[in-house]
Design a protein around this ligand. Sequence first.
Ligand SMILES: Nc1ncnc2c1ncn2[C@@H]1O[C@H](COP(=O)(O)OP(=O)(O)OP(=O)(O)O)[C@@H](O)[C@H]1O
Length: 229
Amino acid sequence: MKVVEIQNLCFGYSRAGTPIIDDFSFTLNTGEIVGVLGQSGSGKSTLLRLISGLEMPTNGTISIAGKEVVGKRKFVQPEDRGVGMVFQDYALFPHMNVKENISFGLSRMPRKDRKPRVQEMLELVHMEDFGDRYPHELSGGQQQRVALARALAPKPNILLMDEPFSNLDADLKESIREELLSILKKANMTCMIVTHDRKDVEAICDNSITMCPLIAEQGAAGQKFQTLP
Ligand SMILES: Nc1ncnc2c1ncn2[C@@H]1O[C@H](COP(=O)(O)OP(=O)(O)OP(=O)(O)O)[C@@H](O)[C@H]1O
């Protein structure tokens, strides 16, 4: 089943300037993990911001889980799109402990179901013994796992990760990659991962997109979709 369907997406930060995304179309199926590669400034984060609803395109449509979220005269707010996000700096709430951070996005879930869901997420990311700790009491890798648990807790249709490994040292990165892949596959999660590192894509992703910067004078270079061997 198609989880994300993007058609003819166009976007620029200023109407007069060069577009960042130009006539971009793309489909993502259930359980698929796609890497988003491309040089700095090519529009990787912008693509995630458009899917999550933090930016509005100038043209094109986006559907998530069969429901149009962006189209002509249609714009569904970010909180109603069923999109989970993990950022480079994890963005955990420093005044909340691990359990409270994970339960933050569960306000729409019946109260009685929240505690078991938090426990389930703690087990999924192997953080059962850290529920009462605060973010500053955790390592980088542990913080990342909490951020992942928080994003997965509300059962999003898709998970968007923006440079999730960039704050981790090389040794940790290797083990976290394997762990992330196992967590995502266990949850049958559909996922897009922005990264600079081709090794991340080789280790985790089924497919990849390479974003090319659009240079007005040379015509639109466009975005390339590529299936990994
Ligand atoms: N809020 C903004 N206002 C104006 N221009 C912006 C804004 N955010 C990003 N840009 C520009 O849009 C282009 C794409 O930025 P984006 O952050 O999507 O690139 P990226 O591929 O994720 O880069 P990086 O790998 O460096 O994170 C860049 O040229 C950037 O300068």
